[in-house]
Write a protein that binds this ligand. Structure first.
Ligand SMILES: *Cc1c(COP(=O)(O)O)cnc(C)c1O
Length: 223
């Protein structure tokens, strides 16, 4: 089932890239494996998937221990508490959920020598006023300038989780707003727009996503 889902998702991504007039392979698929067992990750890996996203640190570390022999790029996508930054800096290649300078500073200071810079994204709260995660769009220019000066981080762009919408046009709106605001910053270092999940994949790709985070459509519903 997971291999079939992966194949279908890769085909969908290609089709949406084409429909949107985008380059083939300009959108990376991140497999979001939170709450799913390591055996599901292995099934996706054997079908060719290499990038996996986790939200909960202890759960992620447990899976990483089981899967140490696999060539996986691990992405941390959940909320970050200060006391978790050290393990995140040690055990991940990407962090999508940076939403303060303090967290960025800790990640940079705690990134082990000998590892490449940690790829980070700033989480922007684009439509969901009730959620505490993510900065406001207006804060992005200043925070990105400050984070770019940190030595052991590589700021790659932004991540967002808009409020769920069923209607396609309503799904597009926040993505378009974020994409045009970030593009207007003209920040050469930014090459990553992390948005789009199982329910809004098409809208996200049409509105410039370069990285979609897919859980349910790949691994099935979570309990
Ligand atoms: C769970 C989660 C996803 C995946 O959501 P699905 O709707 O299951 O595809 C993507 N991004 C984040 C930050 C998540 O927590």
């Amino acid at each position: 089932m997971i291999a079939n889902n992966l194949k279908r998702l890769i085909n969908q991504i290609s089709r949406y890239e084409y429909e949107a007039g985008r380059q083939p392979n300009s959108v990376l698929l991140l497999a979001v494996s939170k709450t799913k067992p390591a055996s599901d990750i292995i099934a996706a890996y054997q079908a060719g998937q290499r990038h996996f996203g986790e939200n909960y640190l202890q759960e992620a570390l447990q899976k990483q221990r089981l899967l140490g022999a696999f060539d996986i790029s691990w992405h941390f996508i959940g909320p970050i508490q200060s006391n978790k930054t050290k393990l995140i800096a040690q055990h991940f290649a990407w962090v999508h959920s940076v939403d303060s300078f303090k967290i960025a500073q800790r990640l940079s200071a705690q990134r082990p020598d000998g590892l490449p810079p940690l790829n980070v994204l700033i989480q922007v709260n684009i439509s969901d006023e009730t959620s505490k995660s993510g900065i406001q769009l207006a804060e992005l220019p200043e925070l990105s300038q400050r984070i770019m000066e940190l030595p052991n981080l590589r700021l790659r762009g932004v991540m967002s989780i808009p409020a769920p919408e069923v209607d396609y046009a309503n799904q597009c709106k926040p993505f378009r707003q974020l994409h045009s605001a970030v593009t207007a910053l003209n920040q050469q270092a930014f090459d990553t727009f992390s948005y789009g999940m199982s329910g809004d994949l098409k809208a996200a790709i049409h509105e410039g996503s370069t990285l979609v985070r897919i859980g349910t459509a790949l691994f099935g519903a979570r309990d």
